[in-house]
Write a protein that binds this ligand. Structure first.
Ligand SMILES: Cc1ncc(COP(=O)(O)O)c(C=O)c1O
Length: 471
């Protein structure tokens, strides 16, 4: 019979498909379609291998519980394998992950705990710490720990690498992959280097803000790739699954380029893939451009775009964050910012500033005729470091703070972060100015934050928008 005894036989063995490359691109680029694995991502391999090795070592026993903190795909891999083998699964997932991912995990019967993403590593509620606690407290609990588990890169050394070597008949010269836990690039890359006597070059594709490629670790929008560093994380520990010695180069790719790449892949090549695949393909095309037809590039496409329909493939989401430029024939919100203004840091205070310091800054703004309001967040900002949309956690205004001090509910020495009002509304730079002015007026708002590529680049108010519309 042409049939499989278990779904687990359908993990991995994914096809390679040639991508269309721009005229003049030196080398062919083949995409490894990991979304065609049984659970829909590169992480099925890792879920299966980690569970099977834990069974062998006795760390996971019959009736046991699989626990993990995961951005989603490893959760699916683990939940699918756990369901198929009869284990309970508890997954801790960030509130920043897409709703589709959470729903998928629940559909597999996993128990999902949605925790706060974006906390410093030392925080007891950091997802890793929550998962470790649950594994310890649950009888028969086993923490998969993909960030440090050697069976994560081990899965790729044992399967992804050999598949690529076989599929390309040993002709691969360059491997391009995103780096999240580092498992894919480390295991696959190591195998390919060994098989080719060190000839295959291994290139990481990394969100520009990620620390792996030299970014400062500020938040970014491509899920599951790269490494975020919270500004209050004391010691930034990189995963043991990431073997830096295997990687020859890391190319930083901006979120906009990654997201525009996957939209193009879907529309022009019929490949519906996730954001990290866009990061990897953008890097692969750059790599291929400098090569010859004798070279051969393989790029990893980790998962499907179906999980991100409400984000990366949703024009409203993209426009809101400033990833789309909008209708150029109409005045747009971003046009209200002058060049100078864009280079000025956003009126902003760190959440550890004091109320007294905030009052001084607010009075100074008022004296200059500016709206006496400041955004507040956990990140340091300055030239080249704008806060990401998610880092603007609240505001203080002169009126609100002065009243709080007057009625005794705030003292000048208090942390400003303890006296916040709701954050200012945010609008993408490409949004039409007219509709935005109408919205500000209707909601009685005097200022809004302008976002470009997900970062705050300035403030606009009704006066600036009106002036723009008059021009
Ligand atoms: C969509 C997606 N892209 C990229 C990665 C990064 O892969 P790795 O963790 O093997 O470095 C992951 C890992 O979870 C992922 O889910």
């Amino acid at each position: 019979m042409e049939a499989h005894e278990s779904l687990l036989d359908l993990i991995g063995n994914t096809p390679l498909v040639r991508l269309r490359t721009p005229e003049g691109t030196g080398a062919p680029v083949y995409a490894k379609l990991e979304y065609l694995s049984a659970g829909g991502s590169v992480k099925d391999r890792v879920g299966l291998r980690m569970i099977e090795e834990a069974e062998k070592s006795g760390a996971l026993k019959p009736g046991g519980t699989v626990v993990e903190a995961t951005s989603g795909n490893t959760g699916v891999g683990l939940a699918m394998v756990a369901a198929s083998k009869g284990y309970r699964a508890i997954l801790v997932i960030s509130d920043k992950a897409s709703t589709e991912k959470v729903a998928t995990l629940r559909a597999y019967g996993a128990e999902v705990l949605v925790g706060r993403g974006g906390l410093p590593a030392e925080h007891p509620e950091h997802l890793f710490n929550v998962a470790a606690r649950i594994a310890e407290e649950t009888p028969g609990g086993w923490l998969a720990g993909q960030y440090d588990n050697p069976d994560n890169p081990g899965a790729h050394y044992a399967s992804t690498g050999p598949e690529i070597w076989r599929q390309t008949e040993g002709r691969i010269t360059h491997l391009v992959s995103c780096v999240g836990t580092g498992g894919t690039i480390s295991g696959t890359g190591r195998f390919l280097k060994e098989a080719s006597d060190g000839k295959v070059r291994v290139i990481g594709a990394d969100p520009t803000a990620s620390v792996y490629g030299g970014g400062d670790g500020r938040p970014y929008f491509v899920e599951a790739a790269g490494h975020f560093r919270h500004p209050e994380t004391v010691e930034d520990v990189w995963p043991k699954s990431f073997h830096q010695d295997v990687v020859d180069d890391i190319l930083p790719i901006g979120d906009r380029e990654s997201l525009l790449t996957i939209r193009r892949l879907a529309r022009e090549e019929g490949l519906l893939v996730g954001g990290s695949a866009g990061t990897a393909v953008a890097a692969a095309l750059r790599v291929a451009a400098g090569l010859t037809p004798q070279d051969l590039v393989v790029v990893m496409l980790p998962d499907s775009g179906k999980q991100y329909l409400s984000k990366y493939f949703n024009d409203d989401w993209l426009l809101h964050l400033g990833f789309l430029d909008g209708d150029e024939s109409l005045p747009r919100v971003g046009d209200a910012l002058s060049g100078d203004r864009r280079e000025q840091p956003l009126p902003y205070l760190h959440h550890h500033s004091t109320v007294g310091r905030a009052l001084e800054a607010l009075r100074a703004r008022q004296a200059q005729g500016d709206d006496p309001v400041l955004s507040v967040g956990p990140c340091p900002i300055g030239p080249g470091r704008q806060p990401a949309a998610s880092e603007l956690v609240g505001t203080v205004s002169l009126e609100q703070l002065a009243a709080a001090v007057a009625d005794g509910s705030a003292a000048p020495g208090d942390l400003v972060g303890d006296h916040l009002a709701a954050p200012l509304p945010q609008f993408g730079a490409g949004r039409p100015a007219e509709a935005t002015l109408a919205e500000l007026t209707e909601r009685g708002l005097s200022s809004a934050v302008v976002l470009y590529d997900g970062y705050a680049v300035g403030l606009v108010g009704p006066a600036e928008l009106r002036a723009l519309l008059k021009d």
